[in-house]
Design a protein around this ligand. Structure first.
Ligand code: FE2
Length: 188
């Protein structure tokens, strides 16, 4: 289940909220236009292929596609068997603050990752776990941290089958906010 930490965004960020209360998390995110939903978890997909993952969640995926008009769906996966340079490169790619011209919609099938949503002077660190479907609207300022030992399988939804690119803000704020490893350790 999701874990949310909220920070101020100044030079010395302070923690405003830490919660595992799913209703509180959904309400907090709704205030910034971000939607969090939960699907029933299908177990045993850790070693599944992309087709097997999409087949396991066929009905849920179809409903989201019909609702939001997505035209392309795929599965992103990174695990302990990834070479260190591949893992580090993948992590670095979206660790700096950016926006997209498309929604960023992810369903966590396995593992975890943190979306940091920087809105209204606050940073909402959404620790996503299996069963979490997070919908970040286009143009929301954010970054993503998968940690130094990435492990996740996520279904991704796009409006554009060219995928999506990041428009980086140049703000180094992600260096000031606790990273994935820190939050994961704090959560225990
Ligand atoms: Fe992004």
């Amino acid at each position: 289940m999701t874990y949310l930490t909220v920070y101020t965004d100044g030079p010395a960020p302070e923690t405003l909220l830490r919660t595992e209360d799913q209703a509180e998390i959904a309400t907090t995110l709704k205030e910034i236009g971000v939607r969090l939903r939960h699907w029933d978890i299908v177990d045993g997909l850790d070693d599944a292929t992309q087709d097997e993952v999409l087949a396991a969640y066929r009905d849920e995926v179809a409903a989201v596609v019909a609702e939001e008009g997505y035209t392309f769906v795929d599965v992103a996966k990174l695990g302990p068997d990834a070479p260190a340079d591949v893992a580090a490169g993948a992590r670095a790619k979206f660790l700096n603050e950016h926006t997209h011209d498309d929604d960023e919609v992810r369903f966590f099938v396995a593992g975890s990752g943190i979306f940091y949503l920087h809105v209204g002077g606050r940073v909402n660190a959404v620790f996503c776990e299996p069963g979490d479907l997070l919908s970040v609207p286009k143009n929301t300022t954010h970054w993503f941290d998968m940690g130094t030992s990435p492990h996740f399988t996520a279904i991704r939804f796009f409006h554009d089958d060219d995928g999506w690119v990041g428009d980086f803000t140049g703000d180094q704020i992600s260096a000031r906010i606790p990273d994935y490893d820190t939050i994961a350790a704090e959560r225990g």
